[in-house]
Write a protein that binds this ligand. Structure first.
Ligand SMILES: Nc1ncnc2c1ncn2[C@@H]1O[C@H](COP(=O)(O)OP(=O)(O)OP(=O)(O)O)[C@@H](O)[C@H]1O
Length: 351
């Protein structure tokens, strides 16, 4: 079971603080959506409104075409998986997973059968009789997921579901969450402030900042062509070059540049270039020559600080392939593909 969601002109004020402004979003049935943004940007507030735990100041949420205004959390086709998993410590895993089914009046034999099936699906076959304190953090997370999926919600809301796990387990669980979501076809809405997690898992990422949506799209698009300077900055490392409008396009510390898209406004502008877009060589838009500063090897690339000759103020971060062998102090000729740059009005806030 799954359902599309429409969020219309949603605003929310906490007394005199506006936590959400004009949120509008269409979510397809069965999509994996990640709400991404810094602490305090309104992700949890939006999730809580979808789950029915907060009544928005203005606007509406429709799930499967049905207006959710005034519908209590338990009556919604949503289930929320909270950050602390909220497992019942005195109950076995089987009873924890079957809890929601019991509340719905499902007979014991049937609910236990479903609980066992779900525990098997999340890799805890044979552990049904254990209690939560006997499990690791990752296993508890799996039980919480099994419990949330047991009631077959149309929409599963997950608030920082992997926040308590170490990095390695996080990565494993990201893969598992995604494959379970595919298997069930349930719409997942997952809150995180971890950009790598969002990229690894989402069909579409919703980048939020100060209660507003900055960008919505598939991870590759949001990373490569972010809709705002904030989104560019939040979706991974980026170099920012100051630029002004000139007779030949953009004037930058590295000379003229034909902008990849029509410029809006008079400037000043900020040109964003990702570290991996900077190349050693002279093909494309020249960034002149630079001296290699600190450099660290990351397996697939060297992450280098490059001190530019043409602009003493600018140090660029570049990811250069191992074959370049960038030694500190070495000189390199740098260039970048101008079609892959993003240009924004410089005054846009990125904080
Ligand atoms: N009950 C409340 N009363 C007053 N202000 C609140 C309340 N709940 C949240 N806020 C404020 O609303 C803003 C958005 O909070 P929210 O919890 O949605 O952010 P978030 O993006 O989920 O952050 P985090 O990643 O830290 O959980 C924050 O500035 C927060 O301080």
């Amino acid at each position: 079971m799954t359902a599309p969601i429409t969020i219309e002109s949603l605003c929310h004020d906490f007394v005199d603080f506006r936590a959400l402004s004009d949120i509008a979003l269409e979510i397809d049935a069965g999509e994996y959506i990640v709400l991404l943004g810094p602490s305090g940007c309104g992700k949890t507030t939006l999730l809580s409104i979808l789950g029915g735990f907060i009544v928005p100041t203005r606007g509406a949420v429709k799930i499967g075409g049905r207006d959710m205004t005034g519908v209590a959390p338990a009556k919604r086709p949503t289930t929320t998986m909270f950050q602390d998993y909220a497992l019942f410590p005195h109950m076995t895993l089987r009873d924890n997973v079957a809890f929601g089914l019991r509340m719905r009046g499902m007979a014991r034999r049937e609910r236990y059968a479903r609980a066992e099936r779900l525990l098997e699906l999340v890799g805890l076959h044979g552990d049904a009789g254990k209690r939560p304190h006997e499990l690791s953090g990752g296993q508890r997370q799996r039980v919480a997921l099994a419990r949330a999926l047991a009631v077959e919600p149309d929409v599963l809301l997950l608030d920082e579901p992997l926040g308590a796990l170490d990095l390695k387990l996080r990565r494993t669980m990201q893969d598992e969450l995604k494959s379970l979501q595919r298997e069930f076809g349930t719409t997942f809405i997952h809150v995180t402030h971890d950009q790598e997690e969002a990229m690894a898992i989402a069909d579409r990422i919703v980048v939020m900042n100060r209660g507003r949506i900055e960008d919505v799209g598939p991870p590759e698009r949001v990373y490569q062509q972010p809709a705002s300077l904030f989104a560019a900055n939040f979706m991974g490392e980026t170099n920012r070059l100051p630029a002004t409008r000139g007779s030949q396009g953009l004037e930058t510390p590295f000379g003229h540049l034909a902008p990849p898209q029509a410029l809006v406004g008079d400037g000043p502008f900020t040109v964003c270039l990702r570290p991996e877009q900077i190349r050693s060589g002279s093909e494309g838009w020249s960034l002149g020559s630079a001296r290699v500063g600190d450099s660290a090897f990351f397996g697939t690339h060297f992450r280098c600080h490059l001190h530019c000759d043409d602009d003493a103020e600018t140090t660029l971060i570049a990811h250069l392939p191992p074959e370049v062998q960038p030694q500190p102090g070495a000189r390199l000729t740098l260039s970048v593909d101008p079609a892959r740059l993003s240009v924004f009005a410089a005054e846009e806030s990125i904080s």
